[in-house]
Ligand binder design. Structure first.
Ligand code: BGC
Length: 763
């Protein structure tokens, strides 16, 4: 049976299915046909109750004894799988489990699912394996996405996803709610660290890499998991800065900045999508056919499963007030396009959806469409053949090379923001006074989704995970490290000004490990971006001693440090560097590794001034004195792309292959980069373009391409980028992606070259 027949079988007039039919090419229809036959045959045998159950996802708590964190209650399991026909379970209860605990949980679930349910359909288990396999003890954790973006190295992102896929599948779990593809343009937002930063090309490139890492071996492979692009769409810039609060995003902006990463993810083959808990311009995304069908299905041609976020179906009633009853909430969400509801703490969704289908308020066709997608995923993942933890997968857990991969990712992420008079690297005989709240607390190097949801429970971290203090002592000996640091960020001792005053004379240099505690989602909310007052006071006290001061920043978002920035001679941004973050930071501090990370966001100087680098020309305007206009409106601490090295690079010879880019053609832009210092180093070479005049106000510049090179001292390399008209496209007032002829300026570092685009027309 081919795909057209399958959709005809559902006999639906739905626009979504019509689109699926027309978009399906013959090759993929043929290759999918056997499995599709099986899915359709299975759906034919299923009762309405089973179908509704497949669309129901509950959290693990629902099948555990009330007081237990790991032990499955067989009676509750039977209610879930046999009475409520639940098709999917997620999460952990409270903290990471051992591999064995996971296997036991999976075995018990799949025993009932594949032996006792009417059609023996396995359960699809989903988990948040964000920056590594969050919820399995002993897993390797990578830098959070914000640091991965600073590496400018998509290969590291892909490799990190492959390792995460391997360790997640080894745990017996085949669905990962990752990656987060919201674009990081609101630094107050507590999930900023989960983003790949503020630039659309950077986020889209990393989205592609992450999804290929998760899925490119094929979902049946024991090295893959189904990925989940999230949170669709417009979640990442809430107006209040607080998680899960409304965004107000003009359609042009939505399509220019927020949609492309999801387009890239669909092209890369992501299997599932999770929906934004919030609302855009007053429309909750979970209730919007415009976002979930018109954009997601028709425009992006996404074919996979759409899962709600936590409790978000019912919240259309309880929070957003667009549904007057819980039942209406279910109706709105399912009819808008939610295939699976992450309910997750009761069975109301199941009961209400059943009633709605019986009443004809949700059609059979809609039910079949959702169930088709869910079952197709189960077939694709090989669950129908073997739903249990796979021996071959288990063997892939905890391989020694994962540590190397995490170390390399951390090294390439860490960004040298300031290095006055080459204070860094420090000589290994230096006596260092080390203090500050992030010096000895390992959780601040990891933060959200690290062995617990909040990531703040050090007892679940692997013993081998070390703090900056320990890594520094390992490297230069404890007699060279004068430190009072404790393992808890909030201990008053960590910002004890007297300790600094008393001990500064014994040290050559003061290293302050500053930043943020570990947090995830809502609990990470803040009212102001400024670094905490006690950390500012600590920095001032350190400066007052007269010793040179270095800051190490372990933070998920840029905390404003304008008042103390001049007091530091050197500043390293660590982001949330993960399992090997302390080692990488110390290697860089001591010169064993030459830093090459580049800021993936614009670091603000003032809490109330958070422009991105790709702002509009008029956003530079200031008028602090009446009738005297200035253009100093972009007053930031460090701009996107900033990042120093221990060597120096010289750029020369920027040129284009042609002065004009023709329709359907391309233009090559080359530049020569030379390492003019005395040590080897990596450099991210970044091509920006300015559209001089356009019908929608152009940004001052936009990143178009980047690549990372490695140069020995004295070595030079010519780097060539290719631009096509589509690289110069933008979203018109009417919301279409268009190109316009005109003049452009290409920029690499401070070199510029002009070129023109001929009459390329609307694409
Ligand atoms: C988060 C999602 C996550 C889900 C399941 C929600 O609170 O927003 O990103 O995947 O929980 O844990």
């Amino acid at each position: 049976m081919n795909i057209n027949k399958i959709f005809r079988y559902f006999a639906t007039g739905s626009l979504v299915l019509a689109v699926s039919i027309t978009s399906c090419n013959t090759k993929s229809a043929q290759s999918q046909s056997k499995e599709d036959d099986e899915v359709v045959a299975l759906i034919r045998k299923m009762s309405m109750e089973e179908k509704v159950g497949q669309m129901t996802q509950v959290t693990l708590d629902m099948i555990l004894y009330d007081t237990s964190t790991t032990v499955v209650d067989p009676a509750k399991l039977k209610i879930a799988l046999l009475e409520k026909n639940v098709g999917s379970i997620l999460n952990t209860k409270g903290h990471a489990y051992s591999l064995e605990q996971w296997h036991e949980i999976q075995r018990q679930i799949q025993d009932v699912a594949t032996k006792e349910t009417p059609n023996k359909i396995p359960v699809l288990y989903g988990i948040d394996a964000i920056h590594g396999t969050t919820y399995t003890l002993g897993s390797t954790l990578f830098p959070h996405n914000i640091g991965m973006a600073a590496t400018r190295n998509p290969e590291l992102v892909k490799n990190g996803s492959k390792i995460t896929a391997a360790e997640t599948r080894a745990s017996g779990i085949r669905w990962n709610f990752d990656p987060t593809l919201g674009i990081g343009r609101e630094p107050l937002w507590s999930r900023f660290e989960e983003t790949y930063g503020e630039d659309v090309v950077l986020v889209s490139t990393m989205a592609d890499a992450a999804i290929r890492g998760y899925e490119e071996d094929g979902l049946k492979s024991t090295t893959s998991v189904a990925s989940c692009m999230k949170h669709f769409l417009g979640y990442s810039t809430p107006r209040t800065g607080k998680d899960r609060t409304p965004s107000y995003i003009a359609e042009t902006q939505l399509r220019e900045y927020y949609l492309p990463p999801f387009e890239a993810a669909v092209k890369a083959g992501t299997s599932t999508v999770m929906i934004n808990s919030g609302e855009i311009n007053g429309i909750p995304v979970h209730g919007s056919a415009y976002y979930l069908q018109t954009i997601l299905r028709e425009e992006l041609q996404f074919k996979g499963v759409a899962v709600s976020d936590w409790e978000d179906v019912i919240r259309l009633h309880t929070r957003h007030n667009i549904a007057s009853t819980p039942k209406e909430a279910v109706k709105i969400a399912v009819n808008a396009g939610v295939d699976m509801s992450m309910v997750p703490l009761d069975y109301t969704f199941y009961d209400l959806l059943l009633e709605l289908v019986q009443d004809g308020e949700v059609s059979q066709a809609r039910l079949d469409e959702a169930v088709y997608r869910i079952l197709k995923l189960k077939f694709d993942l090989g669950l129908m053949d073997n739903a249990y933890p796979e021996e071959e997968a288990i063997a892939n857990f905890g391989k020694p090379e994962y540590t190397d991969a995490a170390l390399q990712a951390a090294r390439e992420s860490i960004t040298l923001l300031k290095n006055d008079n080459n204070i860094l690297p420090l000589d290994k005989n230096t006596k260092i006074l080390l203090t500050g709240p992030t010096a000895h607390d390992i959780t601040t190097l990891h933060s959200s989704w690290s062995y617990t949801w909040q990531g703040d429970a050090a007892q679940y971290y692997p013993e081998k995970t070390i703090s900056i203090k320990t890594a520094l002592e390992n490297a230069i000996g404890s007699t060279n490290v004068i430190s009072n640091s404790t393992t808890k960020f909030r201990d008053a001792e960590n910002t004890n000004v007297d300790f600094v005053k008393r001990n500064a004379a014994k040290a050559d240099v003061i290293v302050l490990a500053l930043g943020e505690y570990a947090y995830a989602e809502g609990p990470g909310g803040i009212h102001r971006l400024d670094l905490d007052d006690n950390q500012l006071a600590l920095a001032e006290a350190a400066f007052a001693t007269g010793k040179p001061v270095i800051y190490l920043l372990a933070e998920g978002r840029p905390r404003v440090l304008n008042s103390i920035e001049p007091m530091a001679k050197g500043i390293l941004q660590l982001y949330r560097p993960g399992s090997q973050g302390a080692n990488a930071a110390v290697e860089i501090l001591l010169g064993d590794y030459n830093p090459n990370g580049k800021l993936p966001y614009t670091y603000p100087k003032y809490s109330g001034h958070t422009l991105t680098y790709d702002h509009k020309p008029t956003e530079l305007i200031s008028e602090f004195v009446p009738n005297s206009y200035g253009t100093d409106g972009f007053d930031v601490q460090w701009t996107f792309g900033h990042g120093l090295s221990y060597t120096s690079f010289e750029y020369s010879g920027l040129k284009t292959s042609n002065s004009t880019l023709q329709e359907n053609g391309n233009i090559e832009i080359s530049v020569t980069v030379q390492n003019t210092g005395d040590r080897a180093g990596m450099e991210s070479v970044e091509l920006y373009v300015t559209d001089l005049f356009a019908s929608v106000t152009p940004s001052v510049k936009r990143l178009k391409k980047f690549t990372k090179i490695n140069l020995k001292p004295g070595e030079s390399q010519e780097v060539t980028f290719s631009l096509e008209p589509s690289d110069l496209s933008f979203i018109s007032e009417q919301g279409q992606r268009i190109t316009e002829k005109g003049d452009f300026k290409a920029m690499v570092k401070d070199l510029t070259v002009d070129f023109a685009l001929s009459d390329a027309g609307v694409q």
